[in-house]
Design a protein around this ligand. Structure first.
Ligand SMILES: [Zn+2]
Length: 468
């Protein structure tokens, strides 16, 4: 949609998490944007120039309709979410066959579905619907796995760019004939590398052309994307590490997801999954690794040293990871962490659902789950819980910092990516009925209870992309 592109100033109340651990409410605050949709100035009511800046923004709004917006008293802005792990071709499968074992889920459902991205038109249709769905749930930045097809993957990049969503997309590499179906894999390692380079170049061009046409274009990026170690040859893994280094490109893959993947790397290389990825040049500050549930202390230290980012996918983990991700332990060890929906290992396109599951899973990890085990041995044996504001940080600024992109919070110099939450909807009242009026209570009710109906408008890079 992308209709309004001249928004210059917003007056209202904003919740965000500029640092991990707490939250901040900017009440009746004026946020002003530059021509590129980046936050240029923030004026709070206790600022001496507040009245003057608000009056100037209002006057400008009368001259130039659409440039000034004032939020209703019960509406709060949250930053747009950053989703660090999604499989675009799996969107039609969300919620399907989750009772099957992983190998059945993949072989009978997922791979035949992903193979349909051989048709770029189908890929565009699915990608466009998914991008719009994410935007409607408040997610403005997404790191996507597309498929093993060059054209189908590029169709996803185009669909996101046209929907007004900031997207980092990867053409998936899965080239090992012994590990993949003939109907869905790269023809050879060489072809996988050629296609990856071609994909990077095309997305760079898409980005440059789109920015030239629109100063508020949110950005199109490409990621080098080995599906995971078990589906790739050594030759492809090494080549992808070299391509990523040469292009200074993002890298994404899966790491230490479940018991099986964990075991495969040890059997093949005598190393953990994390160590094997590092040996191919695939860990680093622009590497985002999904799941990371089976992390020993050495793996955790390796991630912290290399600056590698974890994409925590708590809903998906409940189905396929055979364990709970030790988010708090990794955070305390200095690992960078964001959050992902993992469509469709995770069924929900809403980061609200993953924020809730991240909190619940962390509590279960700390306390344990089997009442037949004595209490002193039931849990992880160390503090493991995270709070809802901590999960919000992972879903916003944590993900943005992981990608090195200036978004995820309401601070000067960051893109204005925001969702307006109306807490007074007829069937989704989040107000607290005048009883729970403290900022922490208000934010908790939004995080735990917000429905799509509460998300009335969404902006990406200062452009209106959703209006209900
Ligand atoms: Zn995944």
């Amino acid at each position: 949609m992308s209709t309004v592109s001249n928004l210059k100033a917003v007056l209202g109340s904003f919740f965000h998490t500029p640092v991990y651990g707490g939250f901040e409410l900017l009440e009746r605050t004026l946020i002003e944007l530059d021509d590129d949709g980046v936050i240029e100035r923030i004026t709070r009511p206790d600022d001496a120039a507040y009245a003057e800046h608000v009056a100037a923004a209002r006057t400008a709004g009368e001259r130039e309709p659409g440039s000034f917006m004032e939020l209703a008293p019960d509406t709060y802005m949250l930053p747009g979410f950053v989703d660090l792990h999604v499989h675009a071709p799996q969107w039609p499968q969300a919620g399907v066959a989750l009772d099957e074992p992983l190998n059945v889920w993949l072989d009978q459902r997922t791979f035949p579905l992903e193979a349909r991205f051989a048709d770029p038109e189908f890929a565009y249709t699915v990608g466009a619907d998914l991008a719009r769905t994410f935007l409607s749930r408040g997610t403005t930045t997404v790191l996507y796995f597309a498929s093993a097809h060059l054209e189908g993957s590029y169709a996803v990049s185009r669909a996101c760019a046209e929907a007004g969503q900031r997207a980092i997309v990867g053409k998936v590499v899965m080239d090992d004939p012994a590990a993949n179906h003939d109907f869905y894999r790269d023809a050879t390692p060489e072809q996988a590398l050629v296609d990856t380079e071609e994909f990077l170049t095309r997305v760079e061009t898409l980005d440059a052309q789109s920015r030239a046409a629109d100063p508020r274009f949110a950005g199109a990026y490409a990621a080098v994307t080995p599906r995971f170690i078990p589906s790739c040859t050594d030759e492809a893994l090494a080549g992808l590490g070299q391509i990523a280094a040469a292009h200074d490109a993002y890298i994404q893959s899966h790491c230490n997801e479940g018991q099986w993947e964990h075991g495969v790397a040890i059997e093949r290389f005598g190393k953990t999954d994390a160590e094997a990825l590092a040996s191919f040049g695939l860990l680093g500050p622009k590497s985002i690794m999904a799941h990371c549930t089976f992390m020993n202390d050495g793996d955790t230290a390796l991630f912290a040293e290399t600056g590698t980012v974890v994409a925590h996918c708590p809903i998906s983990n409940a189905y396929f990871a055979n364990s709970a991700c030790p988010v708090r332990r990794m955070h305390e060890a200095g690992v960078r962490i964001g959050m992902g929906t993992d469509i469709s290992g995770g069924f929900s396109p809403s980061m609200y659902d993953d924020i809730r599951q991240a909190v619940m899973t962390s509590r279960m990890l700390e306390e344990g789950v089997d009442a037949l085990v004595p209490q002193e041995r039931r849990g992880a044996g160390r503090p493991s819980r995270i709070s809802a504001p901590e999960a919000l940080y992972l879903a916003t600024k944590g993900g943005a910092e992981g990608l090195g992109l200036a978004t995820g919070s309401f601070e000067v110099g960051r893109a204005f990516d925001a969702q307006a939450i109306d807490t007074r909807r007829p069937y989704a009242d989040l107000t607290g009925f005048g009883v729970f009026d403290e900022p922490g209570d208000k934010l908790a009710r939004i995080l735990y209870l917000a429905t799509p109906d509460n998300i009335r408008q969404v902006w990406c890079q200062g452009k209106l992309v959703i209006e209900r």
